[in-house]
Design a protein around this ligand. Structure first.
Ligand code: CDP
Ligand code: MG
Length: 713
């Protein structure tokens, strides 16, 4: 069926708005789906009825006129009011997306949200995911030539801007969840401000939960606001009288209590990460199993929700709660145990009880010691309010805060600091330079990052050879920016052909880019360790990853093999996919794919040297006291217990600095100091070195090298 309506999106007036609406009505009357040319399905009508009850529905006209009359519009609305699912869709229907010409992008801070919402909107529009509606997240693009509505992570849109600085393929960009103030969204806002000046036809809609809309309006030169009033039922808040010592255990206990004693209604629990969530789910299941067969307590279905979960498993959270087991019996209950993603990004209907222990994993960056980590930290009051709001969407609810009222009032911050103030900036700086933004200090950040953080980023990029001493992007830097991994890993990939091991480095980088490969369930920790030991390489974890990948390929990715060897099949599948994509990028950058013969004695040495080419700034030295100190920053660290290293080599490179009660370095490999000074003499310039044992050791290395050279001469 021909799509008749067309909107003059440049200077659209109200007549074209009306035309769009007429056309929309016409579709309903004709009962034909204009996107597929097929009659609408039953499911479409079912969802349509629900969609029409969303608060945002009544404001769609107003939104269209505002968008027609302004380049930037800010939309503020209670979570669950229908912003994400309805507004981008409506913009597409109004003509801001035209097959084969231009499209609408909607950014999301989280991968899971991008995928899940794209699926939902496809269902709402009665189309197949990946056709008219798609999603793009790092290493996974599910779109087609026909896609006109693309849900993408903010980071992906930033990457697209590198190759298409005017974002020419989009007529309208919706920045969703702007209140989250992720690093990528903040940078996008700064870029869009520039692009908007040069593209008068481009529209931007900034959407946020009820926080700080004024700040966005001011930032975008007094952009108009569309406020969507939410429909909220009262939520009763309960605090614990005393602080809880173990919040996971307290959360489980609270869920069981609610299930036994409270009226029907589903439960949403906020925890911080995969391991915690899986543990809590198992405990809730087992404790609730005690009531099986009880006449007064119904069944529970417990679903986890976190980013590394398989998409099918993620969709399960939207299932209905189980019914009564026998006619007239007590109804069942759904329990969703989720990370922060359910705070504002995804709305689950039917939640009446919220259990909020008051923590989430948050990024922190310490520029002094150059360490960025994810730390379980107390949430802000704003987050706590969002979380409790999830209980009052369909009827009055209850929120159980597992902390004291005093701590809510006095200890929690009003709002979380924007991520840009808590992150390292190396990737962003590289991206901005590639985009031609040279004056970083005057770039219009909504909240400018700390000067020290910017300096650290420039310094790192300079050491890696991505920037010259004037701060300009080099050829290598330009290549690095094309590879969607951390600058250190990008450098490793680019250097790898020089060491005859690009195939192997590709594998290692791919393995480092996916979630947990080696599984270690608590109840089978011993077996899991024994399984991992088969792949262990005595020189460390990078080579252990390589061994595991080779074994996986030798077994053709067989699922049973993975299961028996405690290997996460899904992660390995992702690693394969990431490897494939990176290898295509390498070829495009004319970086040859090479290997050293396995029988050659330099096979592993070459790989370790290539690792050093990227990681020479992440090195630790074993002191006489047997402790490791990070080189230059002099932080005391221990090798993480998960490491495959069985000795304590004097020099190691590490991938990650883990801050817990004790500082650990994780993913560690033994290296030779000679390689470090050869590969990065500028970094290992001893005149710039703090006094420490490592310095003395390096002096000896330099002396040995000079002697050797003198002998050779
Ligand atoms: O973006 P906002 O928080 O304003 O709301 P939304 O994500 O657009 O969600 C609107 C409504 O769509 C929710 O209240 C859910 O009822 C429904 N929805 C759903 O049923 N299943 C999904 N996968 C996503 C949304
Ligand atoms: Mg939303």
């Amino acid at each position: 069926m021909e799509r008749k309506r067309k909107l003059d999106v440049g200077g659209a007036g109200s007549s074209s708005v009306a035309a769009a609406v007429d056309a929309k009505k016409a579709h309903v009357v004709s009962r034909m789906n204009p996107w597929t040319g097929q009659p609408y399905s039953q499911k479409y009508y079912e969802i349509l009825t629900k969609r029409k009850t969303l608060p945002v529905h009544q404001f769609l006209q107003e939104l269209l006129s505002k968008v027609a009359a302004n380049q930037v519009v800010v939309v503020e609305g209670e979570t669950g009011s229908g912003k994400t699912t309805q507004i981008p869709q409506f913009l597409v229907e109004a003509g801001y997306g035209q097959v084969g010409q231009f499209s609408v992008a909607c950014t999301q801070p989280r991968r899971v949200a991008a995928m899940s919402i794209a699926q939902r909107v496809s269902d709402e529009m009665d189309v197949t995911l990946g056709d008219i509606v798609g999603y793009s997240i790092r290493f996974e693009i599910c779109t087609s030539q026909r896609t006109i509505l693309n849900f993408m992570t903010d980071g992906m849109l930033l990457r697209e801007a590198m190759n298409d600085p005017m974002l020419a393929k989009y007529k309208c960009i919706v920045l969703d969840e702007a209140h989250e103030r992720t690093l990528a969204t903040d940078v996008l806002m700064g870029l869009l401000k520039e692009v908007l000046k040069r593209r008068p036809d481009l529209k931007v809609v900034v959407m946020s939960a009820t926080l700080d809309a004024g700040k966005f309006q001011t930032y975008f030169d007094s952009a108009p606001l569309l406020k969507v009033p939410g429909r909220m039922f009262p939520v009763e808040i309960f605090y614990t009288p005393e602080p809880e010592r173990d919040y996971v255990e307290a959360a489980v206990r609270t869920v069981v209590q609610i299930h036994r004693c409270e009226e029907p209604g589903d439960i949403l629990v906020f925890l911080t990460g995969e391991l915690e969530i899986e543990t809590a789910c198992a405990q809730i299941r087992s404790e609730c199993a005690q009531f099986a067969g009880s006449e007064t307590v119904g069944e529970v279905m417990v679903y986890p929700l976190y980013s590394s979960l398989a998409p099918q498993a993620q969709q399960k959270i939207f299932r209905d709660a189980p019914g009564p087991k026998y006619p007239g019996g007590p109804p069942g209950r759904k329990v969703v145990v989720s990370t922060n993603i359910a705070e504002t990004s995804l709305t689950i209907d039917g939640i009446v009880y919220v259990v909020d222990p008051g923590f989430s994993k948050q990024k922190v960056y310490n520029p002094r010691i150059r360490v960025e980590s994810l730390l379980v930290s107390p949430i802000s009051r704003a987050s706590a309010k969002q979380r409790s709001g999830r209980a009052g969407r369909t009827r009055p609810g209850k929120c159980f805060r597992l902390y004291t009222e005093r701590s809510f009032q006095e200890e929690l911050l009003e709002q979380t600091y924007p991520e840009i103030l808590r992150s390292k900036m190396s990737t962003v700086v590289l991206t901005l330079l590639k985009l031609g933004v040279e004056d970083l200090v005057h770039f219009d950040f909504m909240d400018p990052p700390a000067p020290e953080t910017l300096m650290r980023a420039l310094e790192l990029l300079n050491y890696l050879g991505a920037l010259d001493d004037e701060g300009c992007l080099t050829e290598i830097g330009s290549q690095m920016s094309e590879l969607p991994v951390d600058p250190q890993l990008a450098k490793m990939l680019i250097a790898s052909p020089d060491y005859n091991c690009s195939n192997e480095i590709l594998t290692i980088v791919a393995m480092l880019s996916v979630p947990q490969v080696f599984m270690r369930p608590k109840e089978a920790a011993k077996e899991a360790d024994a399984a991992k030991a088969q792949f262990a390489h005595m020189d460390g974890d990078h080579l252990t990853f390589l061994n595991a990948y080779h074994a996986y390929k030798q077994n053709d990715g067989n699922k049973d093999w993975c299961f028996n060897n405690f290997i996460n099949t899904r992660s390995m599948g992702s690693a394969d996919n990431v490897r494939e994509q990176l290898s295509r990028l390498m070829q495009r950058l004319n970086l040859p794919l090479k290997s050293t013969e396995f029988t050659n004695r330099d096979y592993y040495t070459n790989i370790k040297k290539a690792l050093c080419a990227g990681m020479f700034m992440q090195v630790a030295h074993r002191e006489r006291s047997d402790h490791y100190l990070t080189v230059k920053d002099n932080q005391i660290v221990g090798i993480h217990p998960s490491s495959a290293l069985d000795s304590k080599p004097e020099w190691v490179i590490f991938e990650e600095f883990v801050l817990t009660s004790k500082n650990f370095i994780r993913t560690v490999t033994a290296v030779q100091p000679e390689w470090l000074v050869e590969i990065a003499p500028h970094y290992y310039d001893l005149s710039q070195f703090p006094e420490c044992e490592a310095k003395h050791a390096l002096e000896a290395v330099y002396r040995r090298m000079l002697n050797r050279q003198a002998k050779a001469d």
